[in-house]
Design a protein around this ligand. Structure first.
Ligand code: ZN
Length: 561
């Protein structure tokens, strides 16, 4: 079904609750394992229906944050979400306590049950009001960012539209763009501080009500961490600092030399070539055409997937006023339809949408028949492998997007992939320290950010521009507001993606087969087991981080532009 024809019907709270309860009673009344399977199938279908109404409503809101109908619906959904959580938690409990659990577990695997147990640790009816407050605050942040209006270059621009100016070969233009961006953020700084302070407080309150010492433990459960704890995360960060950060420092020095600047400032940071970063050639239509060709040639499965996406209007990627910033993929499970949202801005980032977000969408498409629904939903450190590895596996088709810039693109992509890792773990460390010390003042949080910048990226010069110099850069990082502890996922998956990239350089078919294995596993394994069972080395192994750094360095030495 085409996206425009998908009907949104508000899931009325009382009606939805009543339906869930009715289905739950049926499940509980099952006399045999067969009956339990059949009645759970009905629950699963209804869950997918309700979830799809949420997703369609949310997508339509992000397509136009000024749409009054969907804005009001979003508020309604925010409000009822925690109340429905109570119903789904009751369903989880019934599954875990079912007399047929053994049979169910045999059919669906144990990870699903482990995850349900973890999920139960994140909720109690006593926190419904707090969850509603948390939802309101994150929506407020989203709206504030989407409504950004920055006067620049004779135009009124949103945050995505400012990005290309940070990549302008003219340093004065970049600096002016940074100043304009900074001014806008500084004008919002009180509100940004206030929203975040309230978020830390409400999250801490929720954690205490659920019996945890701090939000950190709860944050891990919310992220369904089923195979690593904060100690392993800490070791991973140390490994990145020891093995990847020195490589990035070396590459950053090289970048500064090439740009002819004495130190790499925040407005030089993204520009990897003095004459400009690689840009995609052609109109958005031509880019799409080539995307279609790419997925058609990559494999039969990806070909079918991409055609399905186009036929059903499941890409909305052009930027326009009042569209929410950023990019995401979501699944409308009722129609087995992944949906890709982005803001094309004429940079290489546009191609990442066709690889990264499309990688998520492909994995969602492949998993869409799995029952129960939860088996389709891989945790984020797994999902980000689907997307980040796809970015590398599509390298052989990049010439069709970048033409004469293709070599530059490879350099840029690989450099960005390693450059990201120290930043990513910095965001993770920041969040641990924030939630371990919820009483910090806003200015202490900024100082903390600056101290982490010094630890992980001492070469980065803030250029005296207030937003960066005051240590507020983190306020631009959506996940810190909306999805706490979602960030190390990118780093863990990023290392795996680099492993797959390295393999693809030697044996493309082997790398593609490995990728397909990972996608086929969907949510049936924990991250650690999935990595092991796919035949990959663990990112928690410092030797692997060293290996990745060595391979990247070797590539740069051989292919340096
Ligand atoms: Zn992603």
């Amino acid at each position: 079904m085409k996206f425009s024809q998908m009907k949104y019907i508000r899931p009325e709270l009382e009606e939805t609750k009543a339906k869930y309860n009715e289905l739950l009673e049926n499940f509980k009344a099952s006399k045999t394992a067969e009956e339990a399977f059949a009645s759970y199938k009905e629950i699963d279908d209804y869950k997918k229906y309700v979830d799809s109404m949420f997703v369609i409503g949310e997508i339509r809101k992000t397509l136009n944050t000024k749409d009054e109908f969907y804005s009001a619906e979003q508020d309604y959904l925010d409000e009822i979400d925690p109340e429905l959580e109570e119903c789904t938690q009751e369903i989880s409990k019934a599954l875990l306590q079912s007399p047929f659990r053994k049979e169910l577990e045999q059919a669906w695997g144990s990870v699903l049950f482990t995850n349900l147990e973890i999920d139960l640790k994140t909720f109690s009816p006593a926190i419904i009001k707090d969850l509603q407050e948390e939802n309101e605050l994150t929506s407020k942040y989203d709206d504030l960012m989407a409504d950004a209006e920055i006067e620049f270059d004779g135009k009124t621009l949103n945050i995505s539209e400012m990005e290309p100016y940070f990549l302008n070969p003219d340093r004065e233009v970049r600096k002016a763009a940074a100043n304009a961006t900074s001014s806008w953020y500084m004008e919002q700084s009180d509100e940004l501080d206030d929203i975040f302070d309230k978020l830390v407080k409400v999250r801490t309150r929720i954690a205490k009500k659920l019996g945890y010492n701090s939000f950190t433990e709860l944050g891990y459960y919310r992220m369904t961490r089923n195979c690593f704890d904060d100690k392993m995360a800490g070791k991973f960060r140390e490994g990145i600092l020891e093995h990847i950060a020195p490589l990035v420092t070396k590459l950053a020095e090289k970048q500064a030399n090439q740009l002819g600047v004495s130190s790499l400032t925040i407005y030089d940071f993204g520009l990897n070539f003095p004459d400009g970063n690689p840009t995609p050639k052609g109109t958005p239509d031509e880019i799409f055409e080539h995307g279609k060709k790419m997925y058609a040639e990559l494999s039969d499965e990806t070909s079918e997937f991409f055609n399905f996406m186009i036929e059903n209007e499941l890409f909305d990627v052009l930027t326009r006023p009042n569209k929410q910033i950023g990019g995401y993929m979501d699944i409308i499970s009722l129609y087995k339809a992944p949906f890709v949202f982005a803001n094309f801005n004429g940079t290489a980032g546009d191609i990442d949408v066709l690889t990264h977000e499309a990688g998520h969408a492909y994995a969602g498409y492949v998993a869409n028949d799995l029952f129960p629904f939860e088996l389709q939903l891989a945790s984020d450190e797994i999902s980000e492998i689907h997307s980040m590895a796809m970015e590398f596996l599509t390298w052989p088709w990049m010439e069709g997007f970048f033409g004469e810039d293709t070599k530059k693109y490879y350099h840029n992509h690989l450099y960005e992939a390693v450059k990201f890792l120290p930043y990513g773990v910095m965001v993770d460390e920041f969040q641990h320290l924030i939630y371990d010390n919820p009483e910090m003042t806003p200015s202490e949080r900024n100082d903390l950010w600056l101290s982490l910048e010094a630890k992980y990226r001492s070469w980065l010069d803030m250029g005296g521009i207030p937003f960066w110099a005051e240590g507020r850069r983190w306020q631009k990082q959506l996940h810190i507001y909306t999805d706490p502890f979602y960030y190390i996922d990118y780093c863990l998956a990023g290392v795996i993606a680099l492993n797959i990239w390295a393999l693809s350089q030697k044996d493309f078919n082997a790398a593609w087969a490995m990728y397909k294995r990972i996608v086929d596993f969907a949510a049936t394994k924990t991250f650690v087991d999935l990595v092991k069972d796919s035949g990959l080395p663990s990112p928690f192994e410092p030797d692997n981080l060293k290996l990745v750094a060595d391979m990247a360095l070797e590539w740069f030495d051989k292919n340096g532009v």
